[in-house]
Design a protein around this ligand. Structure first.
Ligand code: MTE
Length: 325
């Protein structure tokens, strides 16, 4: 995701190690070695330094871990959903993430140490009879958690297959009793530049926000998500709570949400306001509609780099096509 014109001498973002990222990796390595009481030359965390092996799962999780009661995980798998492809490795998914509040690179896990996802509250407000603010404990216990094997398709053409844990968003919305006037749902991420370095940049319209129609939000597929791979969400995946909307491009799946608002107006959203020609409000996966700068006909899987033809609604047409008739 970007809205800058790439210069011909720039490497593709996937191959790029910025100076900032290099410095962050060095710093992380120094801190880790100091914590472990190990001297220079120890190779335990060499995986995080450029030119060496990639970070292991343990290292990724140490960087992104959240202190949360994990006793409710893993949740029972919902048998209605199958990937139809191989599951993405957990560490591949944790290493390559989008979270612009921290960095425009994919190595978000190197930049999340200051982020505090606990304690957390989520306000649900706007056009409803019973607006309410939930703390994390209330939120996680509001409905039975279930695990769903979903395909994920980013507008940038990468894809993954991962098990998310949560419950349908409609269960949360039902508790606040939306009024008949509620036509859209607006979501908002936290706004804490002191914990997320790129939020100090005035290039972006912080806080990150997204939106759905009320019918999309109430669809059975739209998942209020608190976990991944049988554990609470890592910071880089949007701890402690995000949404996952598997028939839409990944940027609609807003992370680390603090507010959900029911409204009668189509909300302004982060990428759409930055570049409406490239990132529409609806943003359903559709190989027939190319991005202005690249085709959407194919996607490649994190880890294996296997290529697959993209499918309208990411293959979830049976669940959602009726929303658009
Ligand atoms: N939510 C916030 N708050 N900030 C972001 O930068 N990136 C989006 C989405 N949610 C983003 C966000 C994009 S572009 C994608 S593809 C998905 O998160 C990626 O989810 P993942 O990084 O957990 O795979």
């Amino acid at each position: 995701m970007n809205y800058f014109v790439r210069r011909t001498w720039d490497l593709p973002q996937s191959q790029h190690t910025s100076e900032q990222e290099y410095a962050a990796r060095k710093q992380l390595r120094r801190e880790f070695l100091a914590t472990m009481g190990l001297g220079a030359g120890c190779s335990v965390l060499s995986a995080l330094t450029p030119g060496c092996q990639q970070a292991t799962l343990e290292q990724l999780e140490a960087a992104g871990a959240v202190e949360i009661d994990a006793s409710m995980y893993p949740a029972q798998r919902d048998g209605r959903f199958e990937y139809g492809r191989d599951e993405t490795e957990r560490d591949e998914a944790a290493r390559f993430t989008n979270f612009y509040e921290f960095t425009a690179s994919k190595s978000v896990y190197l930049h999340v140490d200051k982020f505090q996802p606990v304690p957390w509250t989520l306000e649900v407000t706007g056009l409803c009879a019973k607006p309410r603010t939930f703390d994390l404990d209330d939120l996680v216990k509001l409905a039975p958690l279930e695990e769903r094997a979903y395909r994920h398709r980013c507008v940038e053409t990468w894809a993954m297959c991962v098990p998310w844990t949560g419950y349908p968003l409609h269960k949360l919305l039902a508790t606040v009793e939306p009024t008949a006037a509620a036509k859209y749902v607006r979501f908002e991420t936290f706004n804490r530049p002191q914990e997320a370095q790129q939020m100090s940049s005035s290039r972006y319209p912080w806080p990150y926000s997204e939106g759905l129609t009320i019918h999309e939000a109430m669809n059975e597929l739209t998942l209020l998500t608190t976990g991944i791979f049988g554990s609470p969400l890592l910071k880089q995946h949007g701890a402690p709570v995000r949404v996952v909307i598997p028939w839409k491009y990944g940027f609609k799946g807003i992370k680390s949400i603090v507010k959900i608002e029911l409204t009668d107006q189509q909300p302004t959203t982060f990428w759409n306001s930055l570049n409406p020609h490239e990132y529409g409000f609806e943003a359903n996966v559709d190989p027939g509609v190319p991005h202005p700068r690249w085709s959407q006909e194919w996607e490649w899987m994190l880890g294996s780099r296997d290529r697959h033809r993209s499918v309208k609604y990411n293959g979830y047409g049976d669940w959602v096509a009726k929303l658009y008739e």
